[in-house]
Write a new protein. Structure first.
Length: 648
């Protein structure tokens, strides 16, 4: 997807097109982007537009803009003009629902012949948009869902049904909030676009550079500091946009060459950037927009989701920082001579005010504002502080470019949530979603760990190559019910599938973030992905921890939450050292095996308050092993420590 987005930069794309066509399409796209922004901000602040009208109008405008630039980027003449024609038609469903809303309500959302023609055109728009923006995976899934809904009467047994004609499909998928314009599209218009707009504005006025310099100021004077700076700055930037690939191509162009200059190999530099950029998907507040989706689906306040995600997200960042520091020690890397406290002080004094919108976001949320209202207020703060210095000042043209870049960034996400909404609508209409989750429970024979493993595998496969939001939406319908049927808390089940749904950002064979980093670093793509998995292993481990230790998600008493955080920290740091193979000196294989065993024993898979004898014995044994290995690494019980150090 990162190649596609780079291709769609209007002022550099489609060099084979005539200048007039490029200028005309660019102008149209910018006008559409401004219109989308005005619609979203008005709806978010005043909230006076009915859900179906707001969502359909939003999708029509986004689909129109997306098909314009997708057509412009196409090398095939017939495909280009097809995209232009579909871009014009994409405006029809939104206008139709706006103009006929009362009539649709009065007839109970039952489709009429004109509705059927518009629905057929909407499907054509959706299929072409998803194919060009995201590839074949969701196209095949949508086609399979619609064919299943239509021809389900041909399927024998419990997975068959009576079949639904085009009229019923149009009523469900287009004329209601159960299909394309369902909850996923609502989250896209109410949260995803708005927070992407806020992130784009902050990047435009220089907040992203402030994050990078703050990270360099905090970590740059340490050994291998550029790696730590990359990890910290990418994690901070990820809290704004929630996109692993966007983080890689944004911060990686600066951090990866800096890491290579101080001694990191191209593969390791790319892996650090990919793993660090993935942190933004699991750190509040944005979390790849899935936090907002999760809040809507589970039916809990957004603040509860963000709070629950805090400890696991911080564990990931901590383990990554420790791993990067150990790699720097193993390679004997240099420090960043231009970083340090002086840079930190200068950044805070000269550009610290650029952090005010993010500080305001936290303050508004704590004061009880809705996320949408808080985001609008932070947009206003960003616009008010931008004129304070000439280098951060943006005019009307700059605002238009922010709107354009925001629309470019969210196009794939909107296409994905529209497709996911159509699939979810069919699953709910036919009842297939509950049957599939029941199949997982049956295959796992009611065993929690077997079902967790099956769920992780299914989540990983379905999440390959999909945006975070789309992956989570599909998993929430298909897989999460299997876990909740076992008595697992809904927030735990949904966090579990969320983590494994987005793991494919750094894990082969897709690994979009790792491949993007490799294209910048010049390292081997697959080796970069495997290194990123080693550095970001917490993303694969921590879901099993909070599935058996729910206190990590702030479920339980303060004492339980504190103990869970301590045990999980010990376990993740121990595994990080074991995987690194270095802790002041090169560790031996017996030491690494003992560290791994100690880490797994400390996080024994039972609730933290469990007084079961086996649990107590396991955790005590793990702590004892940690002491033994720690003393050995410190030197007193190691005959080889000085020799290893001399060799190093």
């Amino acid at each position: 997807m990162f190649k596609l987005l780079d291709k769609l930069r209007l002022d550099r794309s489609a060099t084979t097109r005539s200048g007039g066509e490029v200028v005309f399409v660019s102008l149209l796209f910018t006008l559409v982007a401004v219109a989308v922004t005005a619609l979203v901000v008005y709806g978010a602040y005043f909230g006076l537009i009915t859900a179906l009208i707001l969502r359909s109008s939003f999708f029509s405008l986004v689909a129109c803009g997306a098909l314009l630039v997708l057509g412009l980027a196409s090398e095939r003449s017939w495909l280009r003009w097809l995209c232009y024609a579909l871009a014009a038609f994409a405006l029809v469903p939104g206008y139709h629902l706006w103009a006929s809303y009362i009539d649709i309500i009065m007839r109970g959302a039952m489709a009429t012949p004109p509705d059927l023609w518009i629905f057929a055109g909407l499907l054509a728009v959706l299929f072409v948009l998803v194919r060009l923006a995201l590839g074949w995976a969701l196209v095949v899934m949508m086609a399979a869902a619609i064919l299943y809904a239509w021809f389900g009467y041909l399927i024998p047994g419990e997975y068959g049904h009576g079949g639904y004609d085009l009229r019923r499909l149009a009523s469900t998928l287009m004329l209601s909030t159960e299909g394309v314009y369902g909850v996923p599209m609502g989250v896209a218009v109410e949260y995803i676009f708005l927070f992407a707009l806020l992130g784009g504005l902050l990047m435009k006025i220089g907040t992203g550079e402030v994050f990078v310099d703050l990270a360099r100021g905090l970590t740059g004077r340490m050994r291998g500091g550029p790696g730590l700076s990359a990890a910290l700055s990418s994690a901070l930037l990820g809290t704004i946009n929630g996109s692993a690939v966007a983080n890689v191509v944004t911060t990686g162009t600066f951090t990866i060459p800096l890491m290579k200059r101080v001694g990191y190999t191209p593969t390791l530099a790319g892996a650090i950037e990919a793993a660090a950029s993935s942190a933004g998907q699991i750190l509040p507040p944005v979390m790849g927009a899935a936090a907002f989706l999760m809040a809507e689906i589970i039916g809990v306040p957004y603040a509860q989701i963000a709070l629950a995600a805090l400890i696991p997200g911080l564990l990931y960042v901590l383990a990554l920082m420790v791993a990067v520091r150990l790699e720097a020690g193993r390679l004997g890397l240099e420090r960043d001579a231009q970083a340090g406290l002086a840079l930190l002080r200068d950044t805070l004094l000269r550009r610290g005010y650029l952090l005010l919108p993010l500080i305001g976001l936290i303050g508004f949320l704590a004061a009880g504002y809705t996320p949408t209202r808080a985001a609008v207020m932070c947009l206003i703060i960003g616009l008010l502080i931008s004129p304070w210095r000439s280098e951060t000042r943006i005019g009307l043209m700059g605002l238009a470019l922010v709107c354009r870049d925001t629309l470019l960034a969210v196009m794939p996400i909107v296409a994905a949530v529209a497709a996911a909404g159509a699939v979810i609508g069919v699953l709910n209409l036919t009842g297939l979603g509950l049957m599939l989750s029941g199949l997982i429970v049956d295959l796992g024979s009611g065993n929690l760990f077997a079902i967790l493993l099956l769920t992780a595998l299914v989540s990983f496969i379905l999440g390959m190559g999909l945006p975070t939001s789309a992956a989570y939406l599909l998993l929430a319908v298909l897989v999460a019910p299997a876990l909740t049927r076992l008595g697992m808390e809904p927030i735990v089940a949904h966090m579990f599938i969320f983590y494994y749904g987005l793991a494919s950002a750094i894990t082969p064979p897709v690994a979009l973030a790792a491949y993007a980093a490799a294209s910048i670093s010049g390292g081997d793509a697959n080796r970069t992905a495997f290194e990123a998995v080693r550095l970001g292993f917490v993303k694969l481990l921590v879901p099993f921890l909070f599935a058996t230790m729910p206190a990590l998600l702030m479920i339980g008493t303060p004492v339980e939450i504190t103990l869970a955080a301590i045990l999980a920290t010990i376990g993740t740091v121990g595994l990080t050292v074991a995987f690194a193979g270095w802790c002041g000196r090169r560790t031996t294989w017996p030491e690494r095996i003992l560290l791994t065993a100690a880490s797994l024993l400390v996080v024994w898979p039972t609730p933290v308050a469990s007084t079961d004898a086996m649990t107590l014995i396991a955790r005590c044994a793990g702590l004892v092993l940690f002491v033994i290995v720690g003393l050995r690494l410190a030197g007193p019980f190691s005959d080889t420590s000085s020799r290893v150090n001399r060799k190093a």
